[in-house]
Write a protein that binds this ligand. Structure first.
Ligand code: CAO
Length: 417
């Protein structure tokens, strides 16, 4: 038996609406109260439920169509009933319009179309709501339905998504819909490593929770490069490789002492700043299995050769997956150096619970105008950036940090002391 579904009288002076969603397709089986159509007028959004069990045999409208009361919408082949071939024409029960965009109001005023729990979890929701929640990876159990018998309406789902976005208290649901990329060419699937996954989650959380600002700067490290060459020779005799990084760590520790907010963390209430009097610097190390951040402790108390040696050791440990939790904890500030690789500038992501991170890029020889001699001279310039948590650090303070850091690198006396 074929049952024809026509648009019922929607009441409230509404004699037409737009088809916003057709959650079923020809061949789908439906049960009583499964939503077969979602309509929107300028006053309300309505879900049209099926009254019968059966199979959708024909859909006569498309998404976006304007439909009017009495219009034939779709046909359902009903499982049992009158003889095959006999057609009956029946309207569905008039749905109660649900006010738009106000789930609270919906709860108060709109009697919802009753739906049976359609899954084994006992959650009441239409197929459209279920499908969207599946695509976004949202567990419907975590949503309180405002409809009759706790039914989850489309508005409830939208309100939940909005709330998640506002709170940003955790990773947002990823779109779970699978895309077949091989449709457009050859592909290979590579599993993320454990380090990739842990780092990815931490970075996503930091990016969502921390209001980031990045300050860019340049430092003249011409004299520092000369000093490094000497230190490099000293180090080579002891089997230690001296790169720029230990010098930068030393300079950072000095500026952190002068500007303590950069060496702080917000406490768990977000109401107090914990300012630390120790200077443990995390170093981002690129390894074959992903990015790790070992921490070099008490940088302010160590000499350049000791720091170089320690840096070599932790980098090696990181690349051999041999870091233990203690090697990676207690950091107060992080440096991410891409200076040995290249690129001009980048914006690193703060490594919580720290409040700032420095990104270092590759130095280049550049012509710099000298006010005194009125000439351009070749100087070795290192670009760097500082991303910071704007809840803790103001722009002026960050610009001052950047300036002071440049000054310190230019004034190599501190490295000789
Ligand atoms: N300008 C010019 N040269 C630089 C430089 C800079 N800013 N920084 C380093 N160099 C030089 C070094 O001095 C060294 O030169 P020499 O061979 O003449 O001594 C060379 O580049 C190679 O340095 P390095 O990279 O091996 O050593 P490093 O101490 O500078 O860095 C480490 C060590 C562990 C930080 C680095 O190997 C690394 O893993 N970097 C990647 C970090 C990363 O991925 N960050 C991104 C995080 S955000 O996704």
């Amino acid at each position: 038996m074929i049952k024809e579904i026509t648009l019922p009288d929607l009441g409230e002076g509404i004699d037409g609406a737009e088809v916003s969603e057709i959650p079923v397709s020809p061949g789908d089986t439906v049960s009583p109260d499964d939503t077969i159509l979602v309509l929107e007028s300028d006053k309300a959004s309505m879900e049209i439920p099926s009254e019968v069990s059966g199979t959708i045999s024909e859909i006569l409208i498309s998404s976006g169509d304007e439909v009017i009361t009495g219009q034939l919408l779709l046909k359902i082949e009903v499982a049992d009933g009158p003889e095959k071939g006999e057609q009956i024409k029946e309207e569905v029960v008039t749905p109660e319009p649900q006010p738009k965009d106000d789930p609270a109001e919906t709860q108060k005023t709109a009697p919802q179309l009753e739906t049976q729990p359609s899954s084994n979890k006992g959650v009441f929701a239409s197929p459209g709501v279920r499908r969207l929640s599946r695509e976004l990876g949202i567990n419907l159990d975590s949503i309180n339905g405002s409809g009759l018998k706790g039914r989850i309406t489309k508005d409830d789902l939208h309100a939940y998504i909005k709330l998640q976005m506002v709170m940003s208290s955790g990773p947002l649901p990823r779109v779970k819909k699978e895309i077949d990329f091989s449709t457009w060419g050859n592909v290979e699937v590579e599993k993320l490593t454990r380090v990739n996954k842990i780092t990815g989650e931490r970075l996503q959380q930091a990016w969502q929770e921390i209001p980031h600002v990045t300050q860019y700067g340049d430092a003249d490290i011409t004299e520092l490069e000369n000093l490094r060459k000497n230190l490099k020779d000293d180090g080579a005799k002891k089997g230690v490789k001296v790169t720029f990084l230990p010098l930068l760590m030393k300079a950072v520790a000095l500026v952190l002492k002068e500007m303590p907010k950069f060496n702080s963390s917000l406490d768990h209430t977000g109401q107090n700043l914990i300012i630390k009097s120790y200077y443990h610097i995390g170093i981002a190390v690129d390894t074959p299995t992903g990015l790790t951040v070992p921490v070099v402790k008490d940088v302010d108390k160590k000499g350049i050769l000791d720091l170089s040696k320690e840096l070599m050791d932790v980098s090696e440990k990181a690349r051999g997956n041999k870091l233990n939790p203690d090697d990676m904890s207690g950091g107060t500030f992080t440096i991410s150096s891409l200076g040995g690789i290249g690129g001009t500038n980048f914006s690193p992501i703060v490594n919580p619970p720290e409040v700032a991170i420095m990104g270092v890029s590759k130095s280049e020889w550049k012509p710099v105008y000298d006010q005194k001699t009125k000439e351009f001279t070749a100087r070795y310039i290192m670009p760097f950036s500082i991303s910071y948590d704007h809840r803790v650090i103001d722009g002026a303070y960050a610009a001052a940090f950047s300036e002071r850091f440049s000054q310190v690198l230019n004034d190599i006396k501190i490295f000789k002391e």
